[in-house]
Design a protein around this ligand. Structure first.
Ligand code: FAD
Length: 395
């Protein structure tokens, strides 16, 4: 078993680290203290992503992306995940279902998105439908070969910056016809109703959209009628892996900050690291990060090495659950080790602790991940999680 990273993988990791240090960290405080970044800064960041060759890492070179393997993407996302304020989000990953688009959709949506000329947001969640997508009611009424969309979508990340929306709607209100539509944001009838504030400071917004007779042609259907859920489900694997990688980066930075502080801070005659309560917290943090990283890298490796997609789906839930909960525990301990300073917003540890809270909620809550994992154990047997690739356990 060779677990070492290749030269190419290390090069991507280094590139992402340099990008985070040069472009993301210097903007963290301004973002935190003012709640947003000036337009000129956002534009500079966008140009820097392209200059650094980090645009569209999750798509092939043929469509304008970088063609990174899953392992390379994981290493990149881990490095970017060290940044606070979700500044990792400035490095765009055009939604994966776009690769299933028609040649025209790839030309008009995917390639410009990879190149940083367009930006998408994804609108699935509704006021009455989150975990339970069966409760979605946004409908696309068919009128000949055109469709009119009606409904409300919440928590649309990057909806303020995007110029088009990938909308999940039911054709003619039929629950058996969940479908994805590509909708330009300036289409009449599409409005932003509200831009609520959230626990984290996020470089972009999560507005609420209203669709009131928003008209699009059939050529704006992504995939086909009725394929909406399948395309989204397929995408969850990579999305959950990305979150897990971000969480490792956030936890690692918080741990490093705490470890440095434990050497410097003196209390009751010695550096606080020499108080066993602090030393034990650091030990637990290190082991948690190590265990999670081993798990996440293994799943990324599995995708690159053709592990059965059904297994990968199950494993994606396991890593999302483990990494998000681990990041919560580790960043919380980091706050504790820094004491009052750990509670100051100017301290990255405070921001990381707040930032990772949402990782237990979006892309499937921890409870939903447990439901999936439990269901997979019941269906395929425990070895899907306890086994190992190649040991005939099905893992
Ligand atoms: C900052 C942010 C950004 C987001 N970005 C996007 C986006 O870009 N696009 C998008 O479409 N959505 C987005 N979301 C929505 C996100 O995916 C949902 O919030 C999430 O799926 C949970 O849905 P909900 O909020 O409706 O909670 P609910 O589904 O109402 O769940 C409430 C609680 O009940 C629990 N629960 C629900 N069902 C079960 C069950 N069967 N068993 C046990 N417990 C259960 C949940 O785990 C949770 O604890 C975002 C959310 C946030 C907070």
């Amino acid at each position: 078993m060779d677990l070492s990273l290749s030269a190419a993988e290390l090069a991507w990791k280094e590139k992402a680290r340099a990008f985070a240090e040069t472009w993301l960290f210097p903007n963290e405080l301004e973002l935190e203290l003012t709640g947003s970044l000036p337009r000129a800064t956002k534009d500079r960041l966008r140009a820097a992503v392209v200059e650094s060759g980090l645009n569209g890492i999750n798509h092939t070179r043929a469509v304008g992306g970088q063609g990174c393997t899953q392992m390379e993407q994981t290493l990149i996302n881990e490095e970017l995940g060290r940044a606070t304020g979700a500044l990792w989000a400035v490095v765009w990953h055009p939604a994966l279902p776009l690769r299933d688009g028609s040649p025209d959709q790839i030309r008009d949506f995917l390639t410009p998105s990879c190149l940083g000329r367009r930006r998408a947001c994804v609108a699935i969640t509704e006021p009455d439908a989150g975990s339970d997508t069966g409760r979605i009611v946004t409908r696309a009424e068919r009128h000949g070969d055109r469709f009119r969309l009606y409904g409300e979508k919440w928590f649309v990340t990057t909806g303020d910056e995007a110029d088009y929306v990938i909308v999940h709607a039911l054709v003619d209100g039929d629950p058996d016809k969940p479908t994805l539509f590509l909708v330009d944001k300036d289409t009449p009838g599409l409005t932003i109703q509200r831009e609520p504030k959230f626990t984290h400071t996020y470089v972009f917004g999560h507005p609420e959209f209203r669709f009131e007779g928003v008209e699009v042609g059939a050529e704006r259907i992504l995939g086909g009628i009725g394929q909406g859920l399948d395309l989204t489900k397929e995408w969850f694997v990579e999305a959950r892996l990305q979150i897990a990688a971000n969480c490792i980066g956030a936890a690692t930075r918080a741990f490093e900050e705490a470890s440095r502080w434990a050497n410097r801070r003196v209390a009751f005659g010695k550096p606080i690291r020499q108080h066993q309560a602090i030393d034990f917290m650091l030990a637990d943090m290190a082991v948690e990060i190590m265990a999670t990283k081993s798990l996440v890298y293994r799943v990324a490796w599995g995708i690159d090495h053709g592990i059965d997609r059904k297994i990968t789906h199950a494993h994606a839930s396991a890593i999302k659950l483990q990494a998000s909960e681990m990041a919560g525990r580790v960043t919380d301990k980091a706050v504790q080790i820094l004491g009052g300073r750990g509670y100051m917003r100017e301290n990255p540890v405070e921001r990381l602790n707040r930032d990772v809270r949402v990782d237990r909620i979006w892309e499937g809550t921890s409870e939903i991940q447990r439901l999936i994992i439990g269901g997979q154990i019941a269906k395929r047997g425990p070895a899907i999680f306890t086994g190992w690739p190649g040991d005939n356990s099905g893992a």
